[in-house]
Write a protein that binds this ligand. Sequence first.
Ligand SMILES: [Fe+2]
Length: 467
Amino acid sequence: MRPVVNRLPVLCAALGLVLLAGASGAATAADAASAAEPNTQVPAGANWYAPRGMPDRIVASPLQDAASGFAVAWRTDASVQAPMLEVVVAGDSPDMGVPRELQAQTTPLRTENGLAHQHRVEVDGLQADTLYAWRVQGDRTWSAWHHTRTGGTAEQPLTLLYFGDTQNKNLSLGTRVLREGMRHAPDARLALFAGDLVSGGDGEDDNEWGEWFAANGALPTSMLVAPAPGNHEYFEEFEDTPQERRVLGTHWPHVFALPGNGAPGVAGTSYWFDIQDVRVVVLDGTSALDLGTARAQAKWLDEVLAGNPRRWSIALIHQPLFSPRQDRDNVELRRHVLPVLEKRRVDLVLQGHDHVYGRRGGLAPGRATPQYLVSVAGAKQYRLSPQARQDMAPVGEDTQLFQVVRIDGGQLRYESRTATGRLYDAFLLRQGHGGDRQLEEVTEGRIEPRDCARAATLKGRTDRCWE
Ligand SMILES: [Fe+2]
């Protein structure tokens, strides 16, 4: 049940502003717009995101080898047990032939919106660079046919999207960023997410997951989704006691069908996969920092990258190696994971968590890689530390962003764009001799760096820029 009391101050504040505004309609609208918004658009007592017989929350993710297939997760109500997924080579005729049928594994998931059944299928043994049509079963019904193209050869160009934390107000303010990302990269095969997809932790995270999927629209069924877990995908057990510890939330293991090939003891939340000429390695920063697995993940990362036959490599981790926010320093990541990223010269280290933007190179002077990037897609905005303003460029506050990465042979082009699609940051990496990279900054067309112009958030917090 959603706690009504939490929203009363907001409603009262908005009402007070309306009364003070008197007869001025324009002032009323402005004041209403300046009231802090709740985290979801779901009114108290509504169950808009209750599971039904119709399949929803459908999301495709890569197998370890994205050329050989993909995996799909979806949700229904509890009337559906072990439903089917149908897959066939996509054709121009509505008669696409007899599909292959695969039966799902079903897991119950109890939430504030009722009992759901989460389903998962691995679609393997597919041909590379082939467009497949697939659909998933519900109660006496089917989803739409969705299209997914398997990974192609190393020589083929690849476009991918990156989104920093979405986390808050996913439907209200996340939607526009996700849509702008798809508009700028309609050819993207893959979307990487930094983690903290939802805020959770207050017993209403199922509504937040509902909003996350609503905000994403067609994205999770038209490209592969690869998320990192953030700290908000965990909750605190035995909070404020000596036994306090992080426990993975109940949604994460069932909402996505991920490869499960991660570090020992972290297999459900760390993983890797290859797509065309890129190896992507996803780390669990929360487990590394709070559950003592930094060393084990670093060792695993080293092994995964040591055997990398691909030209490019990308690491995805929620907590930054170089934190651009005041008073944050992820010491265990710097001690164990950073040396591996440097040694293996990972090209891009994509991070979130700090709700600002910042980019910097690595520790080796004159070396182009790794490029360490922190970004935020969602509404919550923090402030940069003075250190970040010295060490990173460009940096940014008070800006929702998405990233487009285009890889074509020996060139990688990175673009960071704002919620309205304006270019905020861009560079090229070119493969030199051996493993070396050359970095070329792209400054043409970039807008000016953005700083927070607010003294405090709507709730009066001076350490943040927006709720
Ligand atoms: Fe976070």
